[in-house]
Design a protein around this ligand. Structure first.
Ligand SMILES: [Zn+2]
Length: 206
């Protein structure tokens, strides 16, 4: 069972279909303090940047910002071409949805390849890689080695994406954030502390 605090402050609960209602209620009650802490934290964070879908607006991808250019015509709804995001003017109103779709699609391809590279290096084999909206978490690791990544991960610089990936892969052998977990992290990424700090600061802006 899992509870996620979404961006708008709502809660999502995930549970196996066989789970009884009273079990769900018990779990939700047990998580109440954690939920309030998350909600309090949300109020402290700067409001996430509200981007407008107008020419000149910058959109992050792999740690760089690319400007949007509204174009004529109805070809591919949204594409990154010659250093510009190009979106038909007529589709600007669906900009948020189109950008999210674009990020999900590119994150899936990019993360699958990168996870495979790190998994081989670490000698682990995750069961699957899924990109979705993870609420306030960059990534998570579920039973059976299924890895989940927030689509916003693809907005980060590659060295921070590597941190997120390695973190989840190390969880395949260490469930918690024990000293052994952090030692394993530091063996793979000796500068993992500075990457973690940078991720914390950058994440608040995204
Ligand atoms: Zn962790």
């Amino acid at each position: 069972m899992q509870i996620t605090v979404e961006r708008d402050g709502s809660l999502t609960m995930t549970a196996p279909p066989t789970c009884q209602r009273d079990q769900l209620e018990r779990f939700a009650r047990a998580k109440r303090l954690w939920v309030y802490e998350k909600l309090a934290l949300k109020d402290e964070l700067p409001p996430s940047v509200k981007r407008e879908f107008v020419s000149g607006e910058g959109f992050p991808y792999l740690g760089r910002s690319y400007r949007l250019q509204l174009v004529r015509g109805e070809r591919a709804p949204l594409r990154l071409e010659a250093g510009r995001f190009k979106l038909p003017r007529a589709q600007a109103r669906a900009g948020e949805q189109l950008f999210t779709g674009w990020y999900v699609e590119h994150a899936q391809v990019w993360l699958e390849a990168r996870v495979a590279m790190w998994a081989e290096r670490l000698g682990v084999s995750p069961a699957s890689v899924t990109v979705r909206d993870q609420g306030y978490r960059w990534a998570s690791c579920a039973a059976g080695g299924r890895l989940y990544f927030h689509w916003r991960v693809i907005q980060l610089p590659p060295r921070l994406i590597d941190y997120v990936i390695v973190h989840e892969l190390v969880h395949l052998t260490h469930d918690d954030h024990s000293p052994a977990f952090w030692r394993a992290m530091a063996r793979v990424l000796p500068d993992c502390d500075s990457r973690r700090e940078l991720l914390r600061r950058l994440g608040a802006q995204l």
